[in-house]
Write a protein that binds this ligand. Structure first.
Ligand code: GLU
Length: 484
């Protein structure tokens, strides 16, 4: 589609949350799939609630997700003159007017209406203010806002790309504020002017903005400009079917990054919040998402955020990703946990790749490499109680394990096959099941009841560490507490 220009326009009043990230992703996928442009705009006119730290958080989260923007970030706070200039023009063209009603007056009217069980919208008290009254109030320096002068007949109709035809009677739309008394533009004025000035072709945003759209269309019409296409995305709900919020757990994208989720599976998961691919396959790379994404595939019905599914996507991605790709991410985790310092040489690198391939089969998060895989990176690890209880109880083990260690120590080579046949031969000779030794070795070598194949573990740890851990006796002193 030629000339596709879309934007993501977050307000920096909090971290980038899952809903915002999904909006950004859909815009980005649409732009990338259509050969269009993705524009980033920061809607920071709410000076009290916006902060530069939040802008940074949002940019950081977008970068992590891989959602690169082609233009911007543009800050609304740097375009204030432009909004005021257009507001003045609207007033001079009799399409907007100054309103001197004070907050107290408006609150009193609203209260009176609600006392008699009616809803209230601005009654247009200042709409046709006679010029002498206007001048008198102006001369007294009374604070004023600029309100849009709406037409009172007919309908505003638009064809939403997802929700279909939406119509509103104009008489139901109040004369909304365009510029506040402190001179700051409202969301409606900022968003419409920016979308016009930035030549936005498609406004893709959350369904919570559907009710704002008729007002904005009236403003486009007043400015005598073409209205962009609108595509409102379904809401995201938590498992209890209420709108996703902190009550449902983490909502900030950066929290997921810290928890060890990876950007690709995270985007894959986000893409399915309200969009369905044409095929049954749900596990899609970012390139496949770009190829398949279309507004037609976006559903009207609300999406449900399922953390289990996210975790599944993440572990699947880890399992299938080449170790080379995971290495830099894991290295960050290891450094954070103090498990790796300094430079890698090429033999460290080769060893790390081997260990990553071993561990990635069982992890759900990148952080699991440092926790579940701790024993690969340090000798300072504990044997979990479950592993002790299940695998270290047998009374023959305190004698058998050091002997097995001695056997392994004397092997001419320490490859997979050598360690396996040595262990099996030793089990046969001692007339015990190989499983007894394998399970005990797993507990002593990894500290875990569940771990990768034991011979691979031995080969990866190498002879010295394997022998030291199997012959060590500290596990005998640390009996699990009673009742465990
Ligand atoms: N700043 C608005 C928000 O964060 C953007 C609304 C829009 O995309 O029009 O919800």
């Amino acid at each position: 589609m030629p000339g596709v220009r879309v934007r993501f326009a977050p307000s920096p009043t909090g971290s980038l949350h899952v809903g915002g990230a999904r909006t950004a992703l859909f815009n980005w996928l649409f732009a990338r799939g259509q050969g269009g442009r993705f524009i980033l705009r920061i809607e920071d006119t709410d000076r009290e609630r916006s902060s530069p730290e939040m802008v940074e958080d949002i940019l950081d989260a977008l970068r992590w997700l891989g959602l690169d923007w082609d233009e911007g970030p543009f800050l609304q706070s740097e375009r204030l003159d432009r909004y005021r200039q257009v507001a003045d023009w609207l007033v001079s063209a009799n399409k907007a007017y100054r309103c001197f009603c004070s907050t107290d007056e408006l609150a009193a009217k609203r209260q009176a209406a609600s006392a008699s069980g009616k809803s209230w919208k601005y009654d247009g008290a200042c709409r046709e203010l006679p010029p002498d009254q206007f001048r008198a109030r102006h001369a007294r320096g009374l604070p004023s806002v600029v309100r849009f002068k709406g037409t009172r007949v007919g309908e505003v109709v638009f064809e939403d790309r997802i929700f279909g035809r939406i119509a509103h009677r104009t008489e139901q739309i109040e004369d909304f504020v365009l510029v506040r008394s402190d001179g700051m533009p409202t969301y409606h004025l900022g968003v419409v002017l920016d979308d016009l000035d930035m030549n936005i072709s498609h406004v893709i945003r959350g369904a919570d903005h559907i009710s704002n759209t008729p007002k904005q269309i009236l403003l486009y019409q007043a400015l005598e400009r073409t209205v962009p296409d609108f595509a409102h995305l379904p809401l995201i709900l938590g498992s209890d079917r209420t709108r996703l919020s902190k009550r449902h757990g983490a909502t900030a994208v950066t929290t997921y990054r810290e928890q060890g989720y990876l950007p690709d599976p995270f985007c894959n998961f986000l893409a399915l919040l309200g969009w369905s691919p044409k095929t049954e396959v749900e596990s899609l790379s970012t390139d496949e998402l770009i190829r398949q994404f279309s507004l037609k595939g976006v559903n009207k019905s609300n999406a449900v955020f399922d953390p289990e599914k996210l975790s599944w996507f993440n572990s699947r991605y880890l399992r299938n990703a080449p170790a080379e790709r995971l290495l830099p991410l894991i290295r960050v985790e290891l450094e954070r946990e103090g498990l790796w310092k300094g430079e890698f040489d090429s033999s460290d690198r080769a060893w790390m790749l081997k260990v990553i391939d071993l561990l990635k089969q069982r992890v759900r998060m990148v952080s699991d490499f440092a926790t579940q895989g701790r024993a690969f990176f340090t000798d300072d690890f504990e044997i979990e109680d479950k592993a002790r209880r299940k695998f270290l109880k047998n009374e023959a083990l305190p004698l058998l394990m050091p002997e097995l260690a001695a056997r392994l120590e004397s092997l001419p080579a320490f490859g997979l096959e050598e360690v396996e046949s040595a262990l099996r031969a030793f089990a046969a000779e001692k007339e015990v099941k190989a499983g007894l030794l394998i399970n005990a070795a797993r507990a002593l070598l990894t500290g875990k009841a569940v771990a990768p194949g034991i011979f691979e573990v031995m080969a990866a740890l190498g002879r010295d560490r394997t022998v030291a851990r199997l012959s060590g006796t500290s596990w005998l002193e640390n009996e699990p507490r009673a009742g465990e």
